[in-house]
Design a protein around this ligand. Structure first.
Ligand code: FES
Length: 363
């Protein structure tokens, strides 16, 4: 029997009403069984604004598949924020660690903290691997990878896996970045391309190659056999839409697999108005000015509340709470929601006039 299990058993005898796991967590957070945590083993600056964190997940971790992501919680100023990050390491990695690679977003509270302030030795709550941006278990014959910026992260896990297991397929890869200094994993990608003749890498520098972005002519030039290839695309919304639009209209195009980092948003009228959002939370009311395009989750957080949330892009439904009064707008569709009691995904809904949101016990 391992030492952490013995500690758990002994403590169980005295651990009422707390569970043994709460005490075990004091000895080593990675032994906790009531919440999954990871210790930051190392931090590595990939580019001036992107950093790789090496994490050692604790008890309860389940091996990921290349392309999946995890939720990571970070306490900042006494509040806990959660974001989702793709795992950039291969599941074949042998040391029990995983990596996530975080790029600072403009105005990004959490990404800024992870890239600039986080130190090795910190423990972070994490979630189990999720997501279906996966390549089949049987290595695809001719994948076409299209990535930009930090969209390289889940694809890096795929490339590392194929390289580690010695089964690099016939890969065509178009990667976009503003300049050479912005290419996350730039040296490793070039090394992979040099070592694996079947890995055909094209790095397109959008600021130094004349503002070049994904288009039919470019695809024909860089990957003339694209019609024979199944596509995996990850990056900003503009890139994803360009690839989807191209393949939707192209005769004979193969399927496109997409990983988004943000919800795809509808056009909202420039004169759409927000209002005062009132959040009911733990018997109190908190009011905040809310414009017509800022998600109510962000408005609540800026007002000092801490609503439950996960993906922040309308997928996981962790943030669903009922509308009490008034109306809100679903930012993905532009639709108004004004029925009291209707569930609102506050990560993708903004005020459409005054509204009251019942955060219930989520704060
Ligand atoms: S946080 Fe996932 S749906 Fe809102």
């Amino acid at each position: 029997m391992r030492i952490k299990e013995r500690v758990g058993e002994v403590v169980d005898a005295f651990a009422t009403p707390l569970r043994a796991s709460h005490y075990v967590e004091l000895v080593n957070p990675l032994w906790s069984s009531h919440r999954l945590q990871a210790r930051v083993e190392d931090v590595w600056d990939e580019t001036p604004d992107a950093r790789t964190l090496t994490l050692r997940p604790g008890r309860g971790w389940r091996r990921h598949r290349a392309g999946q992501h995890i939720r990571v919680g970070v306490p900042i100023d006494g509040r806990r924020f959660t974001r989702t990050y793709s795992i950039s390491s291969s599941p074949e990695r042998r040391d029990g660690c995983i990596t996530i690679t975080v790029k600072v977003l403009e105005g990004g509270r959490m990404s800024g903290h992870l890239v600039r302030d986080l130190r090795p030795g910190t423990h972070l709550p994490i979630g189990l691997p999720q997501g279906d941006f996966l390549v089949p278990e049987a290595v695809p014959v001719r994948p076409l990878l299209v990535t930009a910026g930090s969209g390289i992260t889940p694809v890096m896990s795929m490339l590392r896996t194929w390289a580690l297991v010695g089964n690099m397929p016939d890969v065509a890869h178009l990667h976009y970045a503003p300049t050479r200094h912005d290419v996350i994993f730039g040296a490793e990608l070039e090394r992979l391309a040099a070592e694996h003749r079947r890995y055909d890498l094209h790095t397109v520098l959008t600021r130094s190659d004349g503002g070049s972005h994904f288009c039919r002519e470019q695809l024909d030039a860089l990957c003339p056999d694209w019609q024979e290839r199944e596509v995996w695309v990850c990056g900003p919304q503009g890139l994803i839409e360009a690839v989807e639009d191209h393949h939707r209209d192209a005769p004979g195009a193969r399927p496109v697999h997409v990983e988004r980092f943000r919800a795809s948003l509808a056009e909202i009228d420039a004169d759409a108005r927000g209002g005062t959002a009132t959040f009911l939370s733990g018997g109190t009311e908190v009011e905040a000015d809310a414009d017509a395009t800022t998600p109510l989750l962000r408005v609540a957080e800026d007002a000092g509340l801490n609503p439950a949330h996960g993906c922040r892009m309308g997928i996981c439904h962790t943030c669903d709470v009922p509308l009490a009064t008034g109306s809100v707008r679903d930012l993905r569709t532009g639709d108004l929601i004004d029925e009291p009691g209707r569930a609102v995904q506050i990560c993708t809904a903004a005020a459409a006039g005054d509204c009251t949101i019942d955060l219930q016990e989520t704060s």
